[in-house]
Design a protein around this ligand. Structure first.
Ligand SMILES: C[S@@+](CC[C@H](N)C(=O)[O-])C[C@H]1O[C@@H](n2cnc3c(N)ncnc32)[C@H](O)[C@@H]1O
Length: 204
């Protein structure tokens, strides 16, 4: 399960999450992630955003993917989910309280799984990546964007010990979680925003 401290902090931030400079930053990152997602999968039918926060990325994808039948968001912070539901404005958007490590969806339920700036908060990153693989249908795509840079190595010595904050560590974790096993194609890395926000894409 996610650390309660992280989730409690996001619960408090939820009402004003999309405002101010931090809100603009997350919007910019989500905008680029949406571009990348439609470039790897132009017309997904079912989309999942893991650690969706207030659902901004899913709202963008709902506009970009008119043929999608379901856009699901999951986040362990109940206030984030409440804000996402209030802002949704599209009946295809569905939000659920829950965590990456235990996704409440059947195998192969989605064609596209996205996640932006959430992975670093997952207490069980390997378990979460395994769950993302499980819920993707054959031919489905993962787009995972977060802080990944060798510049962050010093932070791994302190509070973020054990987190996959570099491309190398994240790639190793994806492989350990079953990505690259039979049926999965290679991982591709993309520069997404500034120097340290990167995205990895993978295909089942
Ligand atoms: C920085 S916010 C990003 C929200 C949104 N994806 C965005 O790009 O604006 C990180 C989110 O990850 C969520 N989170 C924390 N632990 C998680 C977990 N184990 N599984 C899924 N989401 C988690 C938090 O509740 C929070 O909403």
């Amino acid at each position: 399960m996610p650390p309660r401290r992280d989730v409690a902090a996001f619960d408090e931030r939820a009402p004003g999450y999309e405002r101010g400079w931090r809100g603009r930053l997350h919007h910019d990152i989500a905008g680029r992630a949406a571009e990348l997602a439609v470039s790897v999968h132009a017309a997904p039918g079912r989309v999942l955003d893991v650690g969706c926060g207030t659902g901004y990325l899913l709202r963008l994808l709902a506009q970009r993917c008119p043929r999608a039948s379901e856009l699901a968001g999951i986040d362990p912070a109940p206030a984030m989910i409440e804000a996402a539901e209030q802002a949704a404005g599209d009946q295809r958007l569905r939000f659920t309280v829950g965590a990456a490590e235990r996704l409440p969806y059947p195998d192969g339920a989605f064609d596209l799984v996205v996640s932006t700036t959430s992975f670093d908060h997952w207490a069980g990153q390997r378990a979460g990546l395994g769950e993302c693989a499980r819920v993707l249908a054959p031919g489905g795509h993962l787009v995972l964007a977060d802080l990944f840079s060798p510049l962050l190595r010093p932070t791994l010595l302190a509070g973020r010990r054990g987190k996959a904050r570099t491309r190398r560590r994240a790639s190793q974790l994806l492989i350990a979680a079953g990505w690259l096993a039979a049926g999965f194609t290679g991982l591709a890395w993309h520069d997404l925003y500034a120097v340290i926000i990167k995205a990895v894409t993978a295909t089942t």
